[in-house]
Design a protein around this ligand. Structure first.
Ligand code: SF4
Length: 478
């Protein structure tokens, strides 16, 4: 059978798609991929590919886009099956109500998609396939999740070759890899806890590939594309100390490329960073979220103090490891002074590249339950109806327009030494157009630094991402 993946933009390759593609190919099927915002004549190209099934991975902030795209596709290609997957589908089965959607797959989908492909090919009964969501007579049926695969190394190497035709992807000399699945923490704003609950009694949730396999995957990818730095995009890179020893023994010799990864403040100590640094660690992403301990710990469920995180940043700087932080503003009970404290903590940690988001209370998460209980949602537009990441607060806060300006200025301000008084004055001035421009310029510079790319490549990627954003906006007629 012929399977075609559609992905809206090229912000990064989807490793989930790459795994599904590889298991389908291993089972004897053919797969293809189009980045919808980069294809000029998308529907003719789909026709030319002639797929038996079209697949998307749906993220919550883009579900409206996929809903509309799915409807159009079903009108043009009524006989082609449309299949959706991804964490949003796993946690919210209501997406399967869309009548253009033939099937959805919940959870880790590699085995389910192969069984579904076989069943469609041989026209056998698919209704018992675990992880499958299907409709019959207008009713949605959600099958049980299967046991988690214990040994991740049994999966074939993810198929990233489909992305190689896109120059933006080729220009990124930092390529993403995953060394394991699962996270042991329970932050109140994150899907992890819910996914872990869903998989209770279904096997070990946190698993690693062997270090051998990780090295092999990187080296094989190096044959097709330039890689100057490896980005391990696991939720948390270090979940197993014994694994670190295995990695330490072989990575420097077999791969030897500098790498970056995500860690949490409470697992970082000098010895760990020394070992990782000897392996080539050059950058660490940390979910700081808020600079105010009360908010970080009580509201977001992240338990480390400001003193601990500042010590961690000292260790990382001592080993010349760059720090990237993820931050959130416009949280329940947060004042603009609290949000400025988040900015200041980043500056004390000497962070240059930050990501700052407006807090989004996704459905069904503990943070969201709290927001609903306290009637803190700004309007009736629930998060599931959102079309893209918001720029203004969704949770009720005082001075929402100042939060919006801080969101725009945050990545730039982190690089400055302006005092609180100047920042507060700037937040009162409605220069949003100028702030948005600064936001974009800083985004571009951060991307260039993060991916260690030339001005030309950076510009090309930036334009592709902008083209993706415009494409999505034009899709919604705005
Ligand atoms: S540490 Fe990161 S991935 Fe893990 S629960 Fe918290 S936010 Fe989610």
């Amino acid at each position: 059978m012929r399977f075609l993946f559609l992905q809206d933009t090229i912000d990064s390759e989807s490793i989930g798609v790459a795994y599904i593609s590889s298991v389908l190919e291993k089972a004897g099927h053919q797969t293809g991929l189009f980045i919808t915002s980069l294809e000029r004549d998308l529907f003719s190209k789909i026709k030319e590919f002639n797929p038996d099934a079209i697949l998307f991975s749906v993220v919550i902030t883009k579900q409206e886009y996929y809903n509309r795209l799915g409807r159009i596709l079903k009108d043009i290609f009524p006989r082609t099956r449309i299949i959706a997957g991804g964490p949003y589908i796993t946690l919210n089965h209501s997406f399967a109500k869309n009548d253009w959607l033939d099937f959805a797959i919940a959870g880790e989908g590699e085995d389910a998609i192969v069984e579904l492909a076989e069943s469609l090919q041989n026209q056998t009964d698919y209704r018992k396939i675990k992880n499958l969501i299907y409709r019959e007579g207008g009713e949605i049926f959600v099958n049980e999740l299967r046991q988690l695969r214990e040994n991740l190394d049994e999966l074939p190497l993810p198929d990233r070759r489909k992305y190689l035709k896109y120059p933006s992807f080729m220009s990124l000399s930092v390529k993403r890899f995953i060394s394991g699945r699962g996270c042991p923490y329970s932050c109140t704003f994150c899907f992890t806890r819910k996914l872990r609950d869903l998989y209770r009694d279904k096997g070990r949730y946190i698993r690693k590939h062997s270090a051998e396999r990780v090295c092999e995957e990187i080296n094989i990818m190096r044959r097709d594309a330039v890689i100057r730095r490896v980005h391990f995009s696991d939720d948390i890179f270090l979940t197993d100390r014994k694994w670190l020893e295995e990695f330490y023994d072989i990575y420097p010799e077999r791969v030897g490329l500098p790498f970056q990864c995500n860690l949490t403040a409470n697992i970082i100590d000098e010895e760990t960073i020394r070992l990782l640094s000897e392996c080539g660690l050059k950058g660490v992403g940390i979910g700081l979220e808020s600079g105010v301990e009360r908010i970080r710990s009580r509201i977001l469920g992240k338990r480390f103090t400001n003193e601990e995180i500042e010590n961690v940043s000292d260790i990382l700087h001592r080993y010349k490891v760059e720090i990237y932080t993820y931050n959130m503003i416009a949280l329940p009970d947060e004042t603009i002074d609290d949000a400025i404290e988040t900015l200041n903590l980043n500056r004390r940690m000497n962070v240059r590249i930050t990501q700052c988001n407006i807090a989004i209370p996704f459905e069904g998460l503990p943070l969201t339950d709290m927001v609903i209980e306290q009637s803190l949602l700004t309007d009736n537009t629930f998060v599931s109806e959102m079309k893209r990441r918001p720029e203004s607060p969704i949770i009720k806060v005082d001075n929402p327009e100042q939060f919006e300006r801080l969101f725009l200025l945050f990545p730039f301000m982190v690089r400055t030494r302006f005092g609180n008084n100047i920042i507060k004055k700037l937040l009162r001035i409605p220069f949003n157009f100028l702030y948005r421009l600064l936001h974009r310029i800083t985004y571009f510079l951060n991307m260039k630094r993060y991916y260690d790319i030339s001005l030309f490549s950076g510009f090309r990627i930036f334009m592709d991402i902008r083209r993706g954003e415009k494409y999505l906006r034009s899709f919604f007629g705005k």
